[in-house]
Design a binder for this molecule. Structure first.
Ligand SMILES: C[S@@+](CC[C@H](N)C(=O)[O-])C[C@H]1O[C@@H](n2cnc3c(N)ncnc32)[C@H](O)[C@@H]1O
Length: 318
């Protein structure tokens, strides 16, 4: 007897045939650049089960056929949302934010061209928003202390599901553990529900971040600006070397001369022909437009009451 999940009246719902998997894998690589070895088959199967149930289909194999049926283009968005890996955190790889405050931002505002001192940042592959909101907190602290005029953050991702979450800016209370206490009381609001403790990013921070859909594989990114700082973290790992090189080159097109590109500690630019040089293991200098966003407005405001968090000092806390 099979030990995989069965739907009533059906056979093995989780099982994809090699051909069925091959077709989905080729679509993912062609559409997103993500490499899809055979070892990812179980992961893809299990990620599709929920969607298969929602659609009332009999198996993951049938889902593959449904996805590519003529006229089913809309399903491709659901598929991309299901197969992308969106793991992220506030203050992930905290050394990057320290480097930003101690070295990158002071060097940028010290440069002659920064007389106007407006700082532009791009969080490329922003997932559910923790990264751009961390950047917004750090930039907010920096610009306030340095009496700089301000900053704006563009945050993009290919998954519409995480973009919607990011746009809402609402997180479970345990997700904010990495946020330093002093910043929590300034930049986070809490709800008044006893059953579900949620926090929300304060409006003055949210208004600094604009969320847009962007696929790195798109021929034209339609971005008008150049950025002083670009975070391109924990996404290159999903690409093979050629795709990494092509994506970094395209992204660097939007990096101002003297600006900084951050990739993850687990990613490397060495061996890639890219117009940036490593100034540390993590940041770089180089050279480098924004369409109207579909990510405007959210009805979350109506959903609950929000107030400033009052943090208590906890032993060993930030
Ligand atoms: C692991 S998350 C990284 C989030 C954040 N940058 C961080 O470091 O915590 C990777 C993100 O890359 C996005 N992604 C994957 N392929 C992409 C593509 N071709 N274009 C744009 N975003 C992509 C995924 O949707 C996902 O949200």
């Amino acid at each position: 007897m099979s030990d995989s999940i069965q739907f009533e009246g059906t056979t093995d719902v989780l099982q994809l045939s090699p051909d069925g998997y091959g077709r989905l894998a080729r679509y993912i690589t062609g559409e997103l650049g993500i490499k899809m070895p055979d070892s990812k088959m179980n992961m893809i199967q299990s990620r599709l089960v929920r969607r298969v149930r929602e659609l009332g289909l009999s198996s993951v194999e049938h889902y593959g056929q449904y996805l590519f049926a003529p006229g089913n283009n809309e399903e491709r968005e659901h598929f991309i949302n299901a197969v992308t890996t969106n793991k992220t955190d506030f203050f992930r790889e905290p050394e990057h934010f320290q480097y930003l405050t101690d070295i990158a931002l002071p060097s940028l505002v010290g440069a002659a061209k920064y007389d106007s001192s407006f700082i532009r940042v791009w969080s490329a592959a922003c997932s559910s928003g923790e990264e751009p909101y961390t950047l917004a907190m750090v930039l907010s602290e920096f610009t306030r202390k340095q009496r700089q005029s301000g900053f704006a953050i563009l945050a993009t991702d290919v998954s519409t599901k995480v973009l919607q979450m990011a746009q809402n800016g609402v997180y479970a209370e345990d997700q904010i553990a990495p946020v330093p206490l002093a910043m929590r009381s300034k930049y986070l609001l809490q709800n008044h529900s006893r059953s579900e403790r949620l926090i929300r990013i304060a409006p003055e921070l949210r208004q600094r971040v604009s969320f847009h859909h962007l696929n790195f594989m798109a021929p034209n990114y339609q971005i008008k600006d150049r950025f002083d700082i670009i975070f391109l973290r924990n996404v290159l790992i999903y690409f093979d070397k050629d795709v990494q090189e092509a994506v970094v080159n395209k992204v660097c097109h939007y990096l101002s001369p003297g600006g900084y590109l951050f990739v993850s500690h687990s990613e490397s630019l060495s061996g890639l022909k890219v117009p940036v040089k490593s100034v540390r293991p993590l940041s770089i200098a180089s050279r480098c437009q924004i369409t109207n966003s579909p990510w405007q407005g959210s009805d979350f405001e109506r959903a609950g009451l929000w107030s400033r968090r009052k943090e208590q000092k906890i032993e060993g806390g930030h």
